[in-house]
Design a protein. Structure first.
Length: 162
């Protein structure tokens, strides 16, 4: 079984779509755990604030199959097929890591946003502080300690999963 980490975000009907995404991911993957939910400002465009978290799970399917499952879940929850990169999202699911695999296709792993966005790095470091980034050669805990958190302020959310 591979250990995978999925970045989850929403800035449209955030509570509804995070709950729906969590339920859908639990139907596809096993041993799911989630980080704290954080609120952050939109990055790259003017838009409503996002709720973000990272989910850890286990799977026996390939990277390509995981990516296809995540896309299908996004589409099932209102993501338009022609969605622009920097725009609002009902549900955004990004495969961040698949074990310690380093690849460029069918998706980039580990995902570059891990090193650049607090809304990815902080919840990922919370779930897997000792996971070693295969390119940065540092643990997530070390990366988070060195990150300038003032660049992208995060607010922890007391999220009700019911």
């Amino acid at each position: 079984m591979a250990r995978i980490y999925i970045g989850v975000g929403s800035n449209i009907e955030r509570e509804h779509y995070l709950r729906a995404g969590w339920q859908a991911l639990q139907q596809v993957f096993s041993a799911c755990r989630c980080s704290t939910v954080y609120e952050s400002d939109a990055v790259g465009f003017d838009g409503a604030p996002f709720y973000n978290l990272v989910i850890a799970a286990e799977t026996s399917i390939s990277v390509a199959e995981v990516a296809a499952q995540l896309r299908a879940i996004e589409f099932a929850h209102g993501r338009p097929a022609d969605a622009r990169k920097f725009s609002g999202r009902t549900l955004d699911l990004d495969l961040l890591a698949y074990d310690e695999l380093v690849i460029a296709a069918p998706v980039e792993l580990p995902r570059s946003e891990i090193l650049h966005n607090a809304f990815v790095l902080r919840p990922f470091a919370e779930l897997a502080p000792q996971w070693r980034h295969p390119l940065a050669e540092m643990t997530l805990a070390e990366l988070w300690r060195e990150y300038d958190a003032s660049r992208q302020p995060l607010r922890a959310v007391a999220f009700d999963w019911r």
